[in-house]
Each structure stands twice: as C-alpha cells, then as structure tokens.
Ligand binder design. Structure first.
Ligand SMILES: O=C(O)CC1=CCC(=O)O1
Length: 96
C-alpha cells in the first residue's frame, strides 16, 4: 500500500542544540534503514521549508502508523497522510 506523507518539522528555537543534533542523526539512520528496505520509497525536500514529501510502501495502515510513530523526530512533526493507488494510465507496474 502506498501513502504520500507530508511532514513538517518544528523544533522549538530554545530546544537544546546537542539533543536536536542527536535526534536528527537518529532520524537519518532510521530513514536510511527504511529507505534500504523499500518502505520509505521516496523523499523530497519542500523548497525553503523544514518539510518533506515522502512516499511510503507498507503492508497496512497499522504498519504505516507504527513506522511513523517510531520516527525520532515524530514529537516535533505534524503530518498529512494521503493514501495512493495506481493511476490507470501509468506505465510503471510498481505504482501500487
Ligand atoms: O528533514 C526532514 O524533513 C525530516 C527527515 C526525514 C528523514 C530524515 O532524515 O529527516
């Protein structure tokens, strides 16, 4: 199942800088594990924002929920989640 997930990150300006760096490094490591596994298929930066647009490929709504809740940056994120399905005109068989 494919989902578009839009993530906006908002770390308070007075948050401890070293702790923020630790959380961002943990987020990057978690992301790269999920990317290598094919779960986090794509990520793009929204230009000029601390936000991304991502495509997740998961088994179920519950799997997406668990994956997102485990993001180290989750406490600092707001998300918009959009379920996706294959467009009938697509030439890409893996768009599902
Ligand atoms: O920088 C972001 O948008 C948040 C994030 C997602 C994966 C990652 O490494 O950082």
């Amino acid at each position: 199942m494919l989902f578009m997930v839009e993530m906006d990150v908002n770390i308070p300006l007075d948050f401890d800088a070293a702790e923020a760096a630790r959380i961002k490094a943990a987020e990057k490591a978690y992301f790269q594990t999920l990317q290598a596994a094919g779960t986090w298929r794509h990520i793009w930066r929204k230009v000029g924002l601390y936000s991304n647009v991502s495509i997740f490929d998961v088994e179920s709504n519950a799997a997406l929920h668990d994956t997102l809740m485990a993001l180290p940056l989750y406490p600092f994120m707001t998300m918009k989640i959009t379920p996706l399905c294959r467009h009938p005109s697509s030439i890409h068989e893996d768009d599902r």
